[in-house]
Design a protein around this ligand. Structure first.
Ligand code: ADP
Ligand code: MG
Ligand code: ZN
Length: 486
């Protein structure tokens, strides 16, 4: 490998507070434009912002979960630029004294754990939204919706310690999981409540210096982030190979063409003229409050993953998949509490359930099969009432109709045939109807045995208890290579 990729990510997470960062307006999504506003979030002259305590609490939770020491005192600053969606012409953010710094997050890549440094975690307010209507040919109109103006955002900035696009996507998945476990952000990338700007550079392997970076914006899914970065790696390496130089610039991901396009270069970059927000006092968080929050942190994805391995004896891979979201981990644990065979439950959840849900683009919360219903199905299988093969068919039916396993089994007469006499009758019929394969088996052709088992399964529509069918067939056929009395 001649080159090394260096990536640092800036994430903006919308906090799940009921009201905005500096006023009492609602943060609800999807309301009619400009109905959730007041003089403060419209940036009228003479108004005074008031810090939202809940937003600070959520920020502290996140910072602590990311192993950041909390700064005893931090402050807000004005970040100046001119844009029609921001009537004050500055955004209240944090600059030289952020809420917290120097943490890390643990991610897993190729079965190994790795820590990525968190440079800073700070609070700021969101801006409004421009809505562009009409095409260029028509008269074009742009509208401004200020409902989002002043919604609390948490900015989480990583160190440049991510070394591939896949690792960047994994970092984002893990960070999103942490925020969602903490219930401070809904993690919705499409609605923009979890968005990411990616900084990326290339350097010669083992070079001590960082290369010139570009910043890529406008990706609204993990896949888009990964694709955009993969594109940038190729683009930057090509420039270096051709003896060129990378220009420090901001680039936009074009999802249709799957390329990045230059938006602005360093020369055009804003000078934000940060200065301390004079309308807010420095924010001092008491150590008592910090300890209160620290001790009330819930179990986080990383801890839960480790517990799933230790407590349930699951493979690392399973534990990683099952703890990806809190809802999925809860689903698994509820199911295991009713059907205490962790690996069986894990297989069914990962393969059958997630397989179906992914196909339908559904989340676990929308699963038509509850953990109780899945546990019932697995118990029926475990007790030998139905075979594994039938269980899969019943599962399909449950998924489509939402009906319970027991009801489907009864209604469709799928109960496994474990009655020896009943099955023996069928075994004898199969033997009588298949003289050729029977003779082959007796002549030592083991393959014919498999064929005969298949015939018993066919005759019973898959309902024969496989172990019993095997035993009865062996008994009736006798030892291969020997003729039996009958
Ligand atoms: P800016 O002032 O342009 O926003 P910062 O130094 O504040 O740049 O860093 C922003 C993000 O970019 C951080 O996540 C950081 O890790 C990352 N970063 C900084 N330098 C580089 C680089 N040379 N290559 C890749 N990422 C970088
Ligand atoms: Mg930046
Ligand atoms: Zn307001």
């Amino acid at each position: 490998m001649k080159y090394e990729t260096v990536i640092g990510l800036e994430v903006h997470a919308q906090l799940l507070t009921k009201s905005k960062m500096f006023c009492a307006c609602s943060t609800k999504f999807g309301e009619p434009p400009n109905t959730l506003t007041c003089p403060i979030c419209l940036g009228m002259p003479g108004v005074l912002p008031v810090i939202n305590r809940r937003a600070v609490e959520f920020a502290l939770k996140t910072a602590l979960a990311l192993h950041c020491p909390i700064n005893p005192s931090c402050r807000f600053s004005r970040k100046h630029y001119f844009y029609p969606d921001m009537p004050k012409n500055f955004q209240i953010s944090q600059y030289d004294q952020p809420l917290a710094q120097h943490g890390f997050i643990t991610i897993r890549m190729n079965g190994e754990s790795k820590q990525v440094g968190i440079r800073r975690v700070h609070l700021e307010e969101d801006v409004g939204k421009l809505v562009h209507a009409g095409t260029m040919a028509e008269a074009q109109h742009s509208y401004v919706d200020f409902n989002r103006s002043g919604v609390p955002l948490l900015e989480i900035v990583s160190e440049p310690e991510i070394h591939s696009p896949a690792e960047a996507a994994e970092y984002l998945r893990q960070l999103r999981a942490v925020l969602m476990y903490l219930e401070v952000c809904d993690g919705n990338m499409e609605e923009g409540s979890f968005r990411c700007d990616a900084n990326i550079s290339i350097r010669r392997a083992h070079s001590p210096e960082l290369g010139v970076k570009t910043e890529v914006k406008n990706m609204n899914s993990f896949k888009a982030v990964q694709k955009a970065l993969e594109y940038e790696v190729k683009r930057q390496i090509k420039i270096l190979e051709e003896g060129g130089r990378i220009v420090q610039e901001t680039r936009l991901w074009d999802a249709d063409q799957e390329i990045t396009l230059s938006m602005r270069t360093k020369e055009e970059a804003h000078d934000y003229r940060y200065f301390p927000e004079p309308d807010l006092l420095p924010l001092e968080v008491s150590p008592v409050w910090i300890e209160e929050i620290r001790s009330s942190l819930p179990e986080l994805p990383e801890e839960r993953r480790r517990r799933f391995v230790l407590h349930y004896g699951l493979p690392e891979y399973d534990a990683g998949v099952l703890t990806a979201t809190k809802a999925l981990a809860n689903y698994f644990e509820e199911c295991v509490s009713l059907h205490p065979q962790a690996k069986v439950v894990s297989n069914w959840v990962m393969v059958e359930l997630l397989g179906q849900l992914n196909k339908d683009n559904r989340e676990i919360e929308a699963s038509p099969i509850s953990p109780q219903a899945l546990a019932e199905l697995l118990s029926l299988m475990d007790q030998g009432v139905i075979s594994g093969k039938i269980a899969k068919a019943v599962f399909e039916e449950m998924y489509q109709t939402g009906e319970a396993a027991g009801a489907i089994v009864k209604e469709k007469g799928l109960t496994q045939i474990s009655d020896e006499e009943e099955l023996l009758r069928i075994v004898e019929e199969v033997i009588a109807q298949n003289p050729g394969p029977v003779a082959d088996y007796r002549a030592g052709k083991e393959k014919s045995f498999t064929y005969l088992v298949g015939q018993v399964m066919k005759a019973t529509k898959g309902k024969a208890n496989p172990q019993l069918a095997n035993r009865l067939l062996r008994e009736r056929l006798g030892e291969p290579g020997k003729q039996t009395a009958d």
